[in-house]
Design a protein around this ligand. Structure first.
Ligand SMILES: [Zn+2]
Length: 169
């Protein structure tokens, strides 16, 4: 009888532990990466990194607690009230750099061949940026906090054009 009870308790404990691990894992996935937001204090873009381990740990007990770990506006504004967290919390994915680039591509076509980005390629094949001076570069070559400005002034170049050796930029 006792053995059965202990087995049962162990089973519940393991289930709870797995659930907690799953919550921690999905929180870590959602909150990792660099978030580009508009700083509520300065009105300027800022690149924010969240305390992922802290969020994941607290997510196992309750709703994840969010804390800014790095910000391009620091150390000057290190004493800020981290009001940007409100914006990030509502849609953590929206402010991630690759998603910013994907959103920028969605309504545009390649500046070289005119092909629409349907669907927007991700990862290694994500479109590059072409500046008005016809310089081509990858989004990760831009400081994240400078990305909104770069996306405003640049056009997207598709992977095929990028790889074409006979391009005439
Ligand atoms: Zn193209």
């Amino acid at each position: 009888m006792h053995t059965v009870t202990y087995d049962f308790i162990a089973l519940i404990a393991i289930t709870l532990m797995l659930l907690a691990l799953q919550r921690a894992g999905s929180t870590a996935l959602a909150y990792r990466g660099t978030h580009v937001i508009t700083c509520p204090e300065t009105g300027e873009p800022a690149a924010v990194g969240l305390a992922v381990a802290f969020a994941a740990l607290t997510a196992t007990f309750r709703n994840p607690l969010m804390r800014v770990q790095t910000c391009s506006g620091w150390p000057e504004r290190h004493a800020c009230n981290q009001a940007c967290l409100r914006e990030i919390r509502t849609a953590p994915d929206e402010s991630l750099v690759p998603n910013l680039v994907a959103r920028w591509c969605r309504d545009q076509s390649c500046v070289c061949c005119g092909t629409a980005f349907e669907p927007v390629p991700t990862g290694r094949h994500q479109p590059w940026l072409m500046s008005p001076e016809r310089q081509v570069f990858e989004s990760k070559q831009v400081l994240p906090q400078k990305l909104p400005e770069a996306l405003r002034t640049c056009g997207p170049v598709c992977w095929t054009c990028l790889m074409a050796e006979t391009h005439t930029w």
